[in-house]
Design a protein around this ligand. Sequence first.
Ligand code: FAE
Length: 541
Amino acid sequence: MSHTPQPRGSRFSRRGFLAGAGAAAGVASVGLPTFASPARAASIGNGASVPVLVIGTGYGGAVAALRLAQAGVQVEMIEMGMSWDTPGSDGKIFAKVTSPDKRAYWLRTKTKAPVSNFFGFPIDATIPKYTGILDAEEFAGITVYQGRGVGGGSLVNGGMAVTPKQSRFSSILPSVDAAEMYATYYPRANAGLGVGSIDPAWFETAECYKYARVGRKHAQRSGFAWTFVPDVYDWNYMKAEQAGTVTRSALDGQVMYGNDHGKKSLVQTYLAQALATGRVNVSTLHQVTAVAPRSGGGYTVSIDQLDTSGNVVGTKSVTAGKVFFAAGSVGTSKLLTKLKATGSLPALNNEIGKGWGDNGNVMCGRANHMWDPTGSLQSTIPCSGIDNWDAGGAFAEVAPLPTGIETYASLYLSITNTTRRAEFSWNAAANKVDLSWQTAWKQDSINMAKTIFDKINSKEGTIYRTDLFGAYKVWQDGLTYHPLGGAVLNKATDNYGRLHGYNGLYVIDGALIPGNTTVNPFVTITALAERNIDNILANDI
Ligand code: FAE
């Protein structure tokens, strides 16, 4: 099959990451390929004994690994996805939004694009089953999009790096000292992630942000607060893409299946620094299936080794002194729910699996007038949002629709103040974890988003697009990109992520946050992880 990136061995080498470390230090090199042909190395061995094992390589896991390693601790990271570091036969590591191939999806035989239709016609295509980068994980009432691979969600996200307003923080994490977060941990997270801002003067003329300027005009004419949104994309690289002097990525339709250039994912930032310590190893295509206390101390961790078709090709049992659950809100919640119910970790408390939310995500499109084109060249990296949180409970990203043709459409992803929370539970008959989310609950979010878009439509004399999410369907109400909760801070854990019931087990990812962050979540996940690991290092290590 063409377009096949080769999976790198199954353990990351330090040499490969050092190329990324250089990129983190000198942002100009972000446009270069991330890795310099890492050597193949052995994955973690069956029977190995390690002081600390981290499950997952997303934001929480990367922060834990870096800070533990800097403190002198040897860290083993276990990642179910691949290392995305080698171009396929088309010369690209990642697929475009408009032409997904097997690299795009985690073990699916058909794509599942969030914008599923165009002019009402379904656009999803058949693809070979492969351990691709974006998981569209389906529960009964909702599809949860997640990144798979070294770097977790940072590989597939839009890089929108938003610090919530401090006045709203107590509604997000009531048990956390907000003053300390805003003085210490949000600044630390923003620095560590390489967050930057668009040049406002360049924005006014850039062809690729015409859609955002149209979004601003419509928002402001209806009296809404419109704001630039910071991002981890290298804005100088973006300028060079627009000028045509570098290889395009955001301007070539790359984002949710990965960016070959420009985006500072965790691979270029936290993980690069972690690997540069020489104390961190990553085993890829390794999936943790169980954690149980071990007589004599520590934990026994069971791991499945996968091939790129998702088959289990080996099982391993290793011993870890301490285990950090950083498998993402869904991954961590599923593991803990199963392990509590099936007897591996029976002393976990009854908060496990609870407090899960979708960050209130809903999408919609508006049909603009013919005299209001949004542009055929659209940067995939959003740079602005409409803030109607206080009055209407919605913060809406002005999103791209990078089809390469003029669509006269404005697309939006709204984050809304929904109070709906679902619960994970163990389904013994089906041998899987269920989630109690109901699609009908999205109506609350739709109502909040409508406080913005009904008004804009009325002011502009425009209508909602009905052809993007089905035939005659206005709202994309079946998904979230922002799963949060399931092992909530100060409930399932203490106020720093220590799981109740067991010493040496921690949660350090989006599972700690109860369902909503009022904005895009990864800066808050990173800042909270920075806060918690400080406390854990001071007291437990
Ligand atoms: P996450 O990054 O999901 O990392 C978990 C890792 O654990 C993954 O690499 C998994 O493959 C791995 N894993 C799971 N289970 C296992 C297991 N059993 N064994 C081994 N490994 C395992 O967790 N957020 C923003 O703030 N701004 C954005 O612009 C934005 N855009 C997004 C766009 C898309 C398409 C998507 C999907 C998400 C977006 N997000 C955005 C959400 C953001 O990426 C997400 O909140 C974080 O990645 C969550 O971080 P965690 O550390 O919790």
